[in-house]
Design a protein around this ligand. Structure first.
Ligand code: IPM
Ligand code: MG
Length: 360
């Protein structure tokens, strides 16, 4: 029997609390399915800066490269706001994405029917929303050269970031978009700023060319400003979205609101040989250490890990069904609780989901 080696990188803030619950759920999956998991934990982000001075210590990167999949928490926080830019906690995450060539970031935004009222948007707008945002993750402004700040003698300065994409980078993420759309409702929307940016003109050209290989998928193009409006106006018009790094960062946060809470949203970063799975939410310094964070995004990330890295589809379904059932029974953490609900803590919510996974 193969042992699935999972690198566990809880990171900072609530990352530590929610990742623990996701690991418990995977252990429960091991118990019922007979699959064998080996979890090895490593430092990343602020926790790694404190211990080693670097947000991604070489030992952590080595562990990730040897693992079958990576379960990631979240990085960053006020404590590390003032460290030099190149060793900020966030750099740890950006370096892993690049080192492992994780060029496609899948962020589902599903509005669970029992949580419709947790969204600040009207029921008539969000009901039925089921979007998969695919964000390009290793190119564009985040990594483009040249970049940097030039300081002038008169006290002024000039700062540069570069949005750059090659045909190959666009093509591979576009293919991922079409493949994913094919398994969903066969509708892909490519988001760009084609009316202003030459990078977007190339983006649109390449995506249109790739579409020829996917005649069964309907492709449309939308400008990023318009997309941002449409997401809160008529989100049900979208199925699968594919876009470049920065647009995807912004739009996926916006889409998160459709699902009621950031605390509900998992993600998968794919492309290289090892996939990385992390909740979309950050470290939430305001509630860190209180045991009240919603572990569902982390737990659903573990389900994505089973689905995409280990091909354990039935077990992934089982976790998603367990989450669904716990929510149906009315259990809520603070972020999704209505005025009359009793809010559960992180561990209590984890306990319930583990129980349902074990019971099936
Ligand atoms: C995200 C985050 C990261 C990003 C930060 C923490 C570097 O916002 O995963 O969306 O900008 O990619
Ligand atoms: Mg973001």
């Amino acid at each position: 029997m193969t042992t699935h080696r999972i690198a566990v990188l809880p990171g900072d803030g609530i990352g530590q609390e929610v990742t623990e619950q996701a690991v418990r759920v995977l252990r429960a999956v091991g118990k019922i399915s007979g699959a064998s998991f080996e979890f090895e934990q490593a430092l990343v982000g602020g926790a790694a800066i404190d211990a080693t001075g670097h947000p991604l210590p070489p030992a952590t990167l080595e562990l990730c490269k040897k693992a079958h999949a990576i379960l990631f928490g979240a990085v960053g926080g006020p404590k590390w706001e003032n460290v030099p830019h190149e060793v900020r906690a966030e750099r740890g995450l950006l370096a892993i994405r690049k080192e492992l060539d994780l060029y496609a970031n899948l962020r589902p935004a599903t509005c669970f029917s029992m949580l419709v009222d947790a969204s600040p948007l009207k029921r008539s707008v969000v009901e039925g929303t089921d979007i998969m945002v695919i964000r390009e993750l290793t190119g564009g402004l985040y990594y483009g050269e040249p970049r940097g700040v030039e300081r002038f003698a008169d006290g002024g300065a000039r700062a540069v970031n570069t949005m750059v994409y090659t045909t190959r980078e666009i093509e591979r993420v576009a293919r991922m978009g079409f493949e994913v759309a094919r398994k969903r409702r066969k509708h892909l929307t490519s988001v760009d700023k084609n009316n202003v940016l030459v990078v977007s003109q190339l983006w649109r050209e390449v995506v249109t060319k790739v579409a020829k290989d996917y005649p069964d998928v309907t492709l449309d193009h939308i400008l990023v400003d318009n997309c941002s409006m449409a997401l809160v106006h008529k989100p049900t018009q979208f199925d699968t979205i594919v876009t470049e790094n920065t647009f995807g960062d912004i739009l996926s946060d916006e889409a998160a609101i459709l699902a009621g809470s950031m605390g509900m949203l998992p993600s998968a970063s794919l492309g290289g040989t090892v996939g990385l799975y992390e909740p979309v939410h950050g470290t939430a310094p305001d509630i860190a250490g209180q045991g009240v964070a919603n572990p569902i995004a982390a737990i659903l990330s573990a389900a994505m890990l089973l689905r995409y890295s280990l091909n354990m589809v039935r077990e992934a379904d089982r976790i998603e069904a367990a989450v669904q059932r716990v929510l149906e029974q009315g259990h809520r953490t603070r972020d999704i609780a209505g005025p009359k609900d009793k809010a559960l803590g992180t561990k209590e919510m984890g306990d319930l989901i583990v129980q349902h996974v074990e019971r099936g």
